[in-house]
Write a new protein. Structure first.
Length: 170
């Protein structure tokens, strides 16, 4: 299923927008996908790649939670996240996986990519995280630092933090 909708790209005064797309790897929750669509639209994310069994905007729960954002952001469904990620890399995107892993770096300690760098960032399944095969081909693995007892945030929240950090150059 392919949908192409041109989303307007807006920037805060004094900011520069870099081209960023999101890759959602086997998300289970339609509500999380709706949240991510709404967040992506607000951040000016260029496109979302929904992979595996990730619900699409055709799901009523996705549409309800996104509050219409599904009409103004482009998305594509891919059965295979590895093929999607490899195609994005071949098209010149850097692959950034958002995942707490032994080789990950705290997101806020990573130098921001230049405004000409195209980034495809991946968030993973609510229970299992980003697929190990995607981590193997990722150009960079980053995580969000946690100070509490929990080791991760809700995928919609994590997507939002990473999206706004990646999109807006101070």
């Amino acid at each position: 299923m392919v949908r192409s909708v041109a989303a307007p790209v807006r920037a805060a005064p004094g900011s520069v927008i870099r081209p960023v797309v999101g890759v959602l790897d086997n998300l289970r929750s339609a509500l999380n996908v709706g949240t991510i669509l709404r967040t992506a639209e607000g951040a000016g994310i260029a496109h979302l790649h929904l992979c595996g069994f990730t619900p699409t905007p055709e799901n009523p729960k996705v549409a309800k939670t996104s509050l219409g954002a599904q009409e103004s952001i482009g998305w594509t469904h891919h059965f295979d996240a590895i093929e999607c990620a490899a195609a994005l890399q071949a098209d010149g995107y850097e692959l950034w996986a958002v995942e707490a892993a032994p080789t990950s770096t705290p997101l806020f300690e990573v130098p921001r990519p230049g405004s000409d760098v195209r980034v495809a960032f991946i968030v993973g399944n609510e229970v299992d995280g980003v697929d190990a095969a995607l981590l193997d081909i990722a150009d960079r693995i980053v995580h969000l630092p946690m100070q509490g007892e929990k080791s991760s945030l809700n995928v919609g929240v994590a997507f939002g933090i990473a999206a706004y950090w990646l999109v807006f150059v101070p």
